[in-house]
Design a protein around this ligand. Structure first.
Ligand code: FMN
Length: 331
């Protein structure tokens, strides 16, 4: 049974990864309904929070129904990170997560995200202070190291555990790799196999089918899987993995009716939450997966990702259900 602090997560929980402009409350709620055991917000800038930047503050909103939820923050300045904790606590998340893995240049050049992998003493010092600042469980999400010559994740994870984090999610790539190549789960297994580790170690990177989740659990012995890209436009992924765990068989894929129903709800919730303009815009990255593998779907997808008016998009979705209702999806 994996636990983050006092939060019991069952055997081999599935975590929705933090994803910028993706892991918002509507999407997190859908993933939760479909089997995610913990959901994380996208990364939120500690500097933005203390400046009270509207964009950062809005990202703190959470729906009750998505719990347990972790709010992820990033930064490298001690004072800002501590102040950010105080602000984040007001939103009453279940977990606070520190992003030590973002590879983007504008983040790493300030020593934040994966940038801090070049300064492990700072990483540990910051984490220790943050853990002391809050009563909430603190988790860390990070990568294997800065580059292939500096992978010290076993020692790093142990040090972070020793200053009080309650769980760690490790993306099996280095910063230099960005998203290239395959994720390497061996170093993550080495963290788990360190006899001094007692906090849950979650694997991340390339879990895109139920078999990979089984491999992560059975061959690598990890405590749970954090899932990102495979869930975009496909919140059913979590239940599909769980069904496979239980039965060794594939769950039947969602029907066309179900896909349209969930895509509609997703769009409605997005509009409610962030207004029509942004709600419509940020839904666009999901459609390709909601309607993946449907023959002759291209003109409809084109309309879904170029139409600005919400009413017109709902009309396209109505047309989709009429035209493609008999499409059968392969496992
Ligand atoms: C669109 C997108 C946005 C992301 N934003 C974040 C983020 O805000 N915080 C973070 O820790 N990781 C972020 N990531 C990385 C993912 O959390 C995850 O580590 C990575 O995608 C590998 O997992 P996957 O193969 O299951 O997608 C992002 C990834 C994607 C694709």
């Amino acid at each position: 049974m994996a636990k983050i602090g006092n939060i019991e997560l069952g055997d081999f929980p599935l975590l929705l990864a933090p994803m910028e402009d993706v892991s918002d409350p509507p999407f997190r709620a859908l993933c939760k309904e479909n089997g995610a055991d913990v959901v994380y917000t996208e990364f939120i800038s500690s500097e933005g929070l203390i400046r009270d930047a509207a964009k950062s503050v809005q990202k703190l909103d959470i729906y009750e129904k998505e719990r347990p939820v972790g709010i992820q923050i990033f930064g490298a300045e001690m004072d800002s990170m501590l102040e950010a904790i105080d602000i984040v606590e007001q939103s009453k998340p279940d977990i606070i997560d520190i992003n030590f893995g973002c590879p983007v240049k504008k983040v790493v050049c300030k020593n934040a995200g994966a940038g801090i992998l070049k300064d492990i003493p700072l990483m540990v010092k910051l984490t220790e202070a943050m853990v002391k600042r809050t009563n909430l469980p603190v988790t860390v999400k990070t990568r294997l190291g800065w580059d292939s010559d500096s992978i010290k994740i076993v020692e790093v994870a142990e040090q972070l555990q020793d200053v009080g984090i309650q769980g760690i999610s490790i993306h099996g790539r280095t910063r230099v790799q960005m998203y290239k190549g395959n994720a390497d789960w061996k170093p993550i297994a080495a963290v788990k196999n360190n006899p001094r580790m007692h906090i849950p170690v979650f694997g991340n990177g390339d879990v895109n089918c139920p078999e990979k989740a089984v491999e992560m659990r059975d061959e690598y012995g990890l405590d749970g899987a954090m899932i990102g890209r495979a869930s975009i436009g496909y919140p059913w992924f979590f239940n599909e993995v769980k069904h496979y765990f239980k039965t060794g068989e594939y769950l039947a894929p969602p029907s066309m009716e179900e896909r349209v129903r969930v895509a509609r709800r997703h769009l409605e919730m997005s509009i409610d939450w962030k207004g029509e303009k942004l709600g419509v815009l940020e839904m666009r990255r999901h459609y390709a997966n909601y309607f993946k593998g449907i023959p002759n779907f291209k003109p409809y997808r084109q309309q879904l990702v170029t139409t600005d008016d919400a009413a017109d998009i709902f009309a396209v979705l109505d047309e989709v259900i009429e035209k493609f209702t008999d499409v059968e999806f392969m496992v």
